[in-house]
Design a protein around this ligand. Structure first.
Ligand code: DGJ
Length: 713
């Protein structure tokens, strides 16, 4: 029935409504509503954003807030969303309501398109909103169309502008650097502007990630408080502006960072901004995260509802120092461990300048003959023989100056005329604004897949920001480069997805330097950080879990921080998409047996951990211990993870209350995944007890961890 309704609605798009003056335009999900209204002057105002009202007619009684999409040059004194310089150099734009249309999309989401236009210059602005009812997620983007006789210039072109009128605002940002990604820090916003942006071009999130949280009125808690989560689906420069005006109102402007990115729009051309995706929770951060996780799995992430492969990666096991024999040995270890795939990392390619370190070879995607005399084919054949899949590392957007690609196609490289080149990780970025370069990058994957159709997975790395910013291809339009680079990348990824729909890829960028929801349309998962110290990972994974579902967060067991037991390291990685960067030579037989059992345990846990609801119980930021749990959608099965990180002498423990269970159900609780291979004693409790009284989850054992299985009786 639901399917039929959706099908009918998809074809019968509701007619465009001419807006009766002041009649609210309601963009609603099951719990929240964003409401606009046309003023007597014909301009569009935000009326409301908050908990959905029972009666739509009640919205009409609310006074208008500021204009929905504020333009430069009119009466407003704060940061605008749009700044156009018209053909006659007039820098102001007046937007008046033209029409709006509401329809149900084929996936069941509700779309609203509001069309505005400048009555004098005729340029058109369309505000798109797509609301996902059950998940309480709204996606928004803007399309700006030049209706003038000549080119216009876009100085600012936000994806979204939202207004809030609250007593106080608390912003959480996710900043960091290589190996310390998504560090969460909360601050109270005061009058004026706080800007979070990036100018890195590629590896765009190296210093800060494209998502934020704003708690309204009071700092947000995990399970209480009103909080906005927002993220920009864009793998390039982004900018979030939070500005509080003289009346204490907050505006949040999200979009591409317009820095050095003035965009010229030819007559008749349109500019489509990336999507800004957001949710508003009245019950704290936990609910907002679950909204995002549910939405992302169902509607956004490549293979969002699909399974994930465990893997053995050779990067930390060998770095660049390997040959065919070593790799075949590791493929055997992958089979023995019981993982699904072996992933060959950096160092397998280039001959004139063999990739023996990160100083050379990038761009020359043919196997190094000395290392792999029988090519990748010998390895895929071995993997097939051993019953594991084969994955391969590539970094196709980049080039080492010491490479044949650079020698033959210097015009494809982003590099400034009349300046010395400077390098980040000894490399440069290819000019993806150039369609020929797009063909080349697509060809890297296409050639490998044609030669070796058994490749099941690529780890797509991107280790450098855009340096030496200048495009040989764009010539006079240099300020288009940051934007067109990302668009070029998406063209390539779209071609790959179309030609190889089943090919899985990991998004990687020197760790977590590229982690956004547009990228995740093409990549099933991302490498969260090169830092695999399990203590650090507890923080990093906690940070990413705010916005991304568990199945997208790759977490590997490595030798970082051997003060932590292997069990501690494995348990941390089990709270993500599990992989290993280890070799048997670094492990004793007990370790190997423990890993084998853990992979079996993880395979059993996957449906709950990857597709269930995440409840973050105790934050690692709160100090000595941390705990999270995962509950399947039927509430019949759950796993609880508990970690003692820095226990104190004679510490007194309080019970931790579980969450997300059914109070009326009886649950059997037992510890699993113990080092001794035995299971803990089973005890039975009601869901009510577990959620009100809780369990003693923590101990004084430094760097110790436990996993509990909770099963409905
Ligand atoms: C950076 C990645 O984050 C690492 O996992 C590894 O693939 C190296 N690049 C290889 O150069």
């Amino acid at each position: 029935m639901r399917f039929l309704t959706i099908l009918l609605a998809a074809f019968l798009v509701l007619p465009i409504c001419a807006n009766a003056q002041n009649e609210p335009i309601v963009i609603a999900t099951d719990d929240i509503a964003l409401v606009y209204s046309v003023g007597d002057n014909g301009r569009l105002y935000q009326k409301y954003f908050g908990k959905k009202l029972n009666n739509t007619t009640d919205y009409a009684q609310i006074s208008n807030m500021p204009e929905a999409y504020i333009t430069h040059g009119m009466e407003d004194y704060f940061e605008p969303a749009l700044h156009i310089v018209h053909t006659d150099a007039n820098p102001s734009t007046l937007l008046k309501y033209v029409s709006h249309a509401q329809s149900v999309l084929s996936d069941g989401a509700k779309q609203t398109v509001i069309t505005l236009a400048d009555p004098v210059y005729k340029d058109e602005v369309q505000l798109y909103y797509v609301a996902y009812p059950a998940e309480n997620i709204i996606k928004t983007h803007t399309i700006i169309t030049n209706k003038e006789k000549k080119a216009i210039k876009l100085e600012k072109y936000a994806s979204s502008m939202l207004h809030f009128n609250c007593n106080a605002y608390y912003l959480t940002q996710f900043d960091g650097d290589w190996a310390r990604e998504v560090d969460m820090a909360e601050q109270k916003l005061e009058f004026g502007k706080k800007v979070i942006d990036t100018k890195l071009g590629a590896r765009a999130n190296m210093f800060v990630s494209p998502f934020f949280q704003v708690a309204l009125n009071e700092p947000a808690q995990e399970n209480q408080g009103e909080v906005l989560f927002g993220t920009l689906a864009w793998s390039g420069n982004f900018r979030f502006t939070f500005e509080i005006d003289q009346k204490g109102m907050l505006r949040v402007i999200s979009g591409i960072n317009p820095y050095a990115s003035q965009y010229t729009l030819a007559k008749g051309e349109s500019f489509r901004t990336p999507e800004f995706i957001f949710t508003l929770s009245m019950n704290g951060k936990g609910e907002a995260s679950r909204n995002f996780h549910d939405w992302a799995r169902q509607y956004q992430v490549k293979e969002g509802m699909g399974d994930r492969m465990t893997l053995l990666n050779n990067w930390e096991a060998t770095y660049f120092d390997f040959n065919e024999e070593k790799l075949i040995g590791l493929i055997g270890e992958a089979r023995e461990l019981g993982v699904d795939m072996f992933l060959l990392d950096d160092g397998w390619f280039a001959n004139k300048y063999p990739r023996s370190s990160d100083h050379q070879g990038l761009g020359d995607w043919l196997e190094t003959k000395d290392k792999l005399p029988n090519g990748i084919g010998r390895l895929t054949a071995e993997a097939e023989k051993q019953g594991v899949k084969f994955g391969l590392w590539i970094e196709p957007e980049m080039v080492n100056p010491k490479s044949e690609l650079y020698e033959n196609h210097k015009d494809w490289v982003i590099t400034l005329p009349n300046r010395d080149e400077y390098y980040f990780r000894n490399q440069l970025v290819l000019d993806l604004s150039n369609p020929k370069v797009q063909d080349y990058v697509f060809g890297v994957v296409d050639d490998l897949m044609t030669k070796y159709p058994d490749i099941a997975y690529f780890k797509w790395d991107c280790n450098s920001p855009i340096t030496n910013i200048y495009s040989n291809y764009l010539k006079a339009n240099q300020t288009h480069l940051y934007v067109d680079y990302v668009r070029g990348l998406y063209n390539v990824l779209e071609r790959i997805k179309t030609k190889y729909p089943d090919l899985r890829m990991m998004m990687c960028s020197g760790g977590g330097g590229r982690t956004d929801y547009e990228g995740l349309k093409y990549f099933a998962e991302f490498w969260a950080s090169d830092n695999t110290d399990p203590i650090e990972r507890l923080f990093i994974q906690w940070g990413y879990s705010q916005i991304f579902p568990t199945k997208t967060i790759c977490a590997h067991v490595t030798n970082w921080n051997r003060n932590a037991s292997l069990k501690f390291r494995v348990n941390v990685a089990m709270m993500g998409k599990l992989g290993f960067d280890l070799k048997f030579a670094d492990m004793n037989q007990n370790d190997i047996e423990y890993c084998k059992r853990s992979i079996k345990d993880y395979n059993r846990m996957k449906p709950v951990v990857l597709d269930g609801d995440l409840y973050r119980l105790v934050s690692p930021y709160s100090g000595e211990h941390t705990s999270s749990m995962y509950v399947d959608k039927t509430k019949k099965h759950a796993y609880v993870f508990a970690f003692d990180v820095f226990p104190r002498f004679d510490e007194q423990f309080r019970n931790v209350c579980l969450q997300g269970l059914d109070p009326a159900t009886m649950y059997a609780v037992k510890e699993i995944n113990r080092e001794d291979g035995r299971e803990g004693e089973t005890r039975v409790y009601s869901g009510d007890y577990l959620m009100k009284v809780g369990l003693q989850l923590f101990t004084t054992g430094k760097l110790s961890s436990r996993v509990y299985e909770v099963i409905a009786q």
